[in-house]
Design a protein around this ligand. Sequence first.
Ligand code: SAM
Length: 229
Amino acid sequence: MNYQELSQHCQKMGLYCPIESFQRYASLLQEWNERMNLTAITEEKEIIEKHFLDCILPLHHSVIQGHWADVGSGAGFPGLVWKIMKPELEMTLIEPTGKRCQFLRHVINELQLEKIKVVNERAEDYAKLHREEFDGVTARAVSNLPLLSELCIPLIKVNGYFFPLKGKQGHQELESAKNALQRLHVRLIEEQEETIGQDERRVNLLFQKIKPTDQKYPRNYSQMKKKPL
Ligand SMILES: C[S@@+](CC[C@H](N)C(=O)[O-])C[C@H]1O[C@@H](n2cnc3c(N)ncnc32)[C@H](O)[C@@H]1O
């Protein structure tokens, strides 16, 4: 996929695509990736499709507004892409690896983005002082759904949204997370399947939080891993 095709895709969704910002972002990603491990996807056409388009596809949802957090943002997916596409969105990128945070801050400066913050912390630690602060939380490729739910849902306001972006295993993960989702008080609003490229399936799951999260969650990471909800 090239930038013109990306722009046409966005147009079909009724969105404006700032191509120059994405070109700069991709070239910084390639440049920094030579020095540190940011992504296994390094060819420009793949970056456009598997990172940029993949993150843009869920943006037709009107619930993506207000203040969102991206847990385990890595090199900025999807949070930084969402911010580039929707300048009015307030965004917090939560990422425990210092070097990835340096990269994120560099891109934010280069693209002169405002109302976007990088937090160099684990989500379960950040949740101690920032409980139920966000209108929505997203995450891509961080962990399986039961564990991810415990990391993300405590950060979300009641009536806010949890929007994990999943691969083709998303439907099965939903089954295995039933108990966690019930205990953390979210309900599924939409299970949306997309195909990108030849036949790469994406399953994006949109949940709404219906009650406050019990204070005992999130537990520490080793407990979450050892005894997933
Ligand atoms: C495979 S990368 C995915 C990065 C990005 N979301 C993407 O889709 O390309 C997983 C990221 O989750 C971060 N991560 C792992 N555990 C985390 C935690 N407990 N809280 C926040 N981030 C975490 C890692 O540092 C890493 O950057």
